[in-house]
Ligand binder design. Sequence first.
Ligand code: COA
Length: 373
Amino acid sequence: MTAVRITATGLFTPPATISNEELVATFNAYVDQHNAENAQAIAAGERAALAPSSVDFVEKASGIKARHVMDKAGILDVALMRPNLPERPNSEISILAEMAVAAAKDALASAGREASEIDAVLCACSNLQRAYPAIAVEVQDALGAQGFAFDMNVACSSATFGIQTAADFVRAGHARSVLVVNPEICTAHLNFRDRDSHFIFGDVATAVLIESSAVSPSGGWDILGTRLKTQFSNNIRNNFGFLNRCAPDGQANADKLFVQEGRKVFKEVVPLVSDMILSHLAELNLAPQHLRRMWLHQANANMNRMIAQRVLGREASNDESPTVLDEYANTSSAGSIIAFHKHNSDFAPGERGLICSFGAGYSAGTVFVAKAA
Ligand code: COA
């Protein structure tokens, strides 16, 4: 069977950042304003006062210190509290495609390859900005890539599902060079007025170039094995879609944005993912000590600590399970790819690692890789 490699990865990081301090200041200004406007109803017990958020809580509960965003002003404007990204005319490239193209070009440059050598483009992400035409086809066109392209959405697991899909195309001979792009404007689906989750997400785009070893230049990553898993749950959900509309005030209804039962997610996903990693390792005749590093989905630092501990049987060091949550927050499908992109240059040929993502669905994917010579 054709061997498949990850030849290169790419990253587009929006220049603007929002610190926890800035985000919490806006949230608390909103709380003060809401409580002042509703003071009588609150005093009469007809309405509950909103509670403020806290910088300390956010960092302790999640490991997040800041996030990169596509629009800072709109999110921090107490009257708006959402990114202000005006719709572009159809004659212009869409914002999601533009981010994906930037990440794709970064991956192509580091692989030393031309876009015309690409056979397929998969846009695998949580938050597609329209139904059709596929963002992936727009990216294919903007890059000048060949073949075919399509979008796929498996929420935070989209990247690993995209990698397995691309690897299967290569193994089956349907393509030799596949670009998987993961553009995420997560801040557009986040309810910045929800105390429990207003701090969770940031924006970014990543790209992964997956190729047949027959054409992949030296120095990439051999894919040793991939596994995907899904198990239905309502605990992370977003009901936005074309069968429903935004509320008249222009703010989406709360359930048309990201909602989660954070505690339940934590309790249910940690065993699901750690068991999956251990059973996939065993299928590949590998033991946890054969792994130099795990690039885990970046949703919550405590969750990653527990998953890594269950896999290794001891606490993992930052070197074994690096985090990018402090700078990027949760970037959905892109998180594990950012961690891989930023923390892989110290690997020697033959050393092994795991890219692992998990999230809504529930869904989870494992991609074991070894540094190629
Ligand atoms: N500021 C201050 N306090 C807050 C707060 C905020 N922004 N949000 C919640 N709290 C308080 C709660 O009121 C609660 O107080 P209480 O104990 O007095 O009732 C306490 O903090 C704990 O709240 P809880 O919601 O249980 O926090 P948590 O420790 O579970 O952390 C998450 C919240 C969301 C960070 C955490 O559950 C998580 O990350 N879960 C997994 C999420 C995940 O991976 N999702 C996938 C998304 S793709």
